[in-house]
Every structure is written in structure tokens, then in C-alpha cells.
Design a protein around this ligand. Structure first.
Ligand code: PEP
Ligand code: MN
Length: 339
């Protein structure tokens, strides 16, 4: 149960409600949502008379929440969350497409890719500067230089940027350079990181952990929301399964489940879930047809030469062909791609 107070509530009114709840043996978690005080009431409410809380002074409303995630759920907020990124949005009526290389390798590599993407209308450029590599001997990313390069190139061609933040100590490097902060699959459970990003208003793309259930993923989003950041985008990127022919198994059902249970936008990464560029194209199309509000696709100017994830990176020509199909699928379901 969630109790929402009026904007001009007096602290004594909040205290009266808290007193009543504690007398009933219930635990509470108090926080603010914008300018309103909110109390999450935790614990078993059966047999406890909470009916008069709704009419107590200062109370705006009481929401009965049956899911363990409170703010991420539709029971708390029925209308879709729309995350604005400049003149674009993720979560509105239209599809958002993010594309770019797995990692920023050089100025020439990123610039040439960005020019092709922008020419096709794409407005959000992806590229890792701090890479979460399985082996410590693999390329770790260009770091600060990579972020600087990304901002310069994005400004030159007219794009927004998204890049993964691995360590909260690097946050300052991202501010002003990166428009959407990505939390990767490996960090979905990094709760201290989520708490810190929750204290910002900057859009955060939260990838599903590779072994996370949908509920665990929404509870990770809850960490961001309860700490005050409403600008959360979910990203399905596949989970581990016993199937060796794909890198991960893309869970298309999660899109439909998220759209039903949560007001947060959900996009799909068909690249990391597939591991193979031939699978990326059908999975990207399926994601849009299933109701994803966007896709994030790896594209490389020369995939054979890619420093990482070359086998799942699309050739620019493949990506352009995919976008033509995505345009048609979007139209068939009454949407359009934002350009
Ligand atoms: C990425 O998008 O660069 C990435 C590393 O993906 P994931 O966190 O899903 O593995
Ligand atoms: Mn990658």
C-alpha cells in the first residue's frame, strides 16, 4: 500500500498517519516523489483496520499495491512514463532507435559510423568507453578520451549519446557528455550504483541482468525510482539459457509483461542477446512487433575489424535495410519511428 500526501501537507499530519500505522504494527518507508511525500506501507495488512487512513487530514490518496515493486508498477502509475531526450522521447507513441558500435575505438571509426547512422535519420548514438569485459586482458575502452570523442562527434553530426557507466567514481566524466547513462547487465544488481544514479534526473537505461527475473529487474528499477529519478528506460537483452546457438536467449515475453505490469518504457537490444548478426535482424523486428518502445543495435563500419562484438555487429548496409523493415512494421502496428 502506498499513501500519497497533499503537496502542502503539514509534518504533524504525516506524523499522525505514521503513528497510526506503527500502532497497527506495520513498517513504513517514507520518501518523496517530486514535491510530494509518499509512504510505502510494508508488511501483512490482513486483519488490520486501515480504512480510515484515506480520510485522514493531509492524505491525497491511498493506492493498494499487490506487486513487490511499488513505483515501477502500473498500480502506482497507470499512464506510461515518457523519458525525454532533447527533442526525442522513449516511451511515447513512437519508436526510438539507438545504434552505434559496441565500443569507441577511434575518432575515424565512430565518426564514419555516426555519419551513416545520422544520414539514415538515427538520433541516438551508442558506444562504450568503459567496457565490462569478461577478461581483464581484453580491451577495456578508451575511457575519458572516448567520452570526449563521442560528444564532439555527436555534436558535429547532431545526435544524442548513450554510454555505459561502470563505476560511480566516473560519473563526472559522463555529465555534459552523455545524454543517457547505461547500466549494463552485469551491474543491474549493483545497488549502491543504482542508488547514486537514482539521485540524479538524468535518463538511465537499465539493462536486464543476464540471470535476472522480470521481478528482480523491476526491483532494480525501483532503486532508481525510490531515490528520486523518474527517467528510467528498461532494456531487455536476453538471459542465460541452455541454448548454445545464441549468446543469450531473448525474452520477447518480457516486453509484453513489462508493458502490462509497468509504466516504464522498455526497449530491446537484439545484438547482445543474439551474438550473431544474422539473428539480430529478425529479433529486432520481432521486438517492435511485440510492443517494445525502441531498439538498441550494434553497427560497425567494418565488423571484421571490430575490437569487440564484431560477429553481432551489423554492416551499415544491413542496418539501413533493417530500418526500412522497422518502418514498415511500425506502420503496421500504428506507430512510426522517430527521426
Ligand atoms: C553493451 O550494451 O555494451 C553491453 C555490454 O551490454 P550488456 O550489459 O547487455 O552485456
Ligand atoms: Mn557489445
Amino acid at each position: 500500500m502506498v499513501i500519497v500526501f497533499n503537496k502542502n501537507v503539514r509534518s504533524s499530519e504525516v506524523e499522525d498517519v505514521i503513528k497510526k500505522l506503527t500502532e497497527l504494527g506495520l513498517n513504513i518507508h517514507k520518501s518523496t516523489d517530486g514535491s510530494r511525500i509518499i509512504i510505502n506501507v510494508l508488511g501483512d495488512k490482513r486483519g488490520k483496520d486501515i480504512s480510515d487512513i484515506e480520510t485522514m487530514s493531509g492524505v491525497l490518496g491511498v493506492h493498494r499495491i499487490t506487486e513487490p515493486f511499488l513505483r515501477a508498477g502500473r498500480e502506482f502509475r497507470s499512464e506510461n512514463t515518457v523519458v525525454a531526450i532533447g527533442d526525442m522521447n522513449i516511451g511515447g507513441d513512437d519508436i526510438a532507435v539507438i545504434a552505434g558500435p559496441c565500443t569507441i575505438e577511434s575518432h575515424e571509426q565512430l565518426y564514419s559510423t555516426a555519419k551513416i547512422l545520422r544520414k539514415r535519420g538515427i538520433k541516438i548514438l551508442r558506444g562504450g568507453a568503459f567496457k565490462p569485459r569478461t577478461s581483464p586482458y581484453s580491451f577495456q575502452g578508451l575511457g575519458r578520451e572516448g567520452l570526449k570523442m563521442m560528444r564532439e562527434i555527436a555534436d558535429k553530426v547532431g545526435m544524442y549519446t548513450i554510454s555505459e557507466l561502470l563505476d560511480i567514481r566516473d560519473l563526472d566524466l559522463f555529465i555534459g557528455k552523455i545524454d543517457i547513462i547505461q547500466v549494463g547487465a552485469r551491474n543491474m544488481n549493483n545497488y549502491p550504483l543504482l542508488k547514486e544514479l537514482g539521485s540524479l534526473k538524468k535518463p538511465v537505461l537499465l539493462k536486464r541482468g543476464m540471470s535476472a527475473t522480470i521481478e528482480e529487474w523491476l526491483l532494480a528499477a525501483e532503486y532508481l525510482l525510490v531515490n528520486g529519478n523518474p527517467n528510467i528506460i528498461l532494456c531487455e537483452r536476453g538471459t542465460k539459457s541452455f541454448e548454445p546457438l545464441t549468446r543469450f536467449s531473448l525474452d520477447l515475453a518480457s516486453i509484453a509483461i513489462i508493458n502490462r505490469k509497468s509504466h516504464l518504457p522498455v526497449i530491446v537490444d537484439p545484438s547482445h542477446s543474439s551474438g550473431n548478426r544474422e539473428l539480430v535482424i529478425p529479433m529486432a523486428k520481432a521486438a517492435i512487433a511485440a510492443g517494445a518502445q525502441g531498439i538498441m543495435v550494434e553497427v560497425h563500419i567494418n565488423p571484421e575489424r571490430a575490437v569487440c562484438d564484431g560477429s553481432q555487429s551489423l554492416y551499415p548496409s544491413q542496418f539501413i535495410g533493417l530500418m526500412d523493415e522497422i518502418d514498415r512494421i511500425s506502420a503496421a502496428i500504428g506507430k512510426k519511428v522517430q527521426y
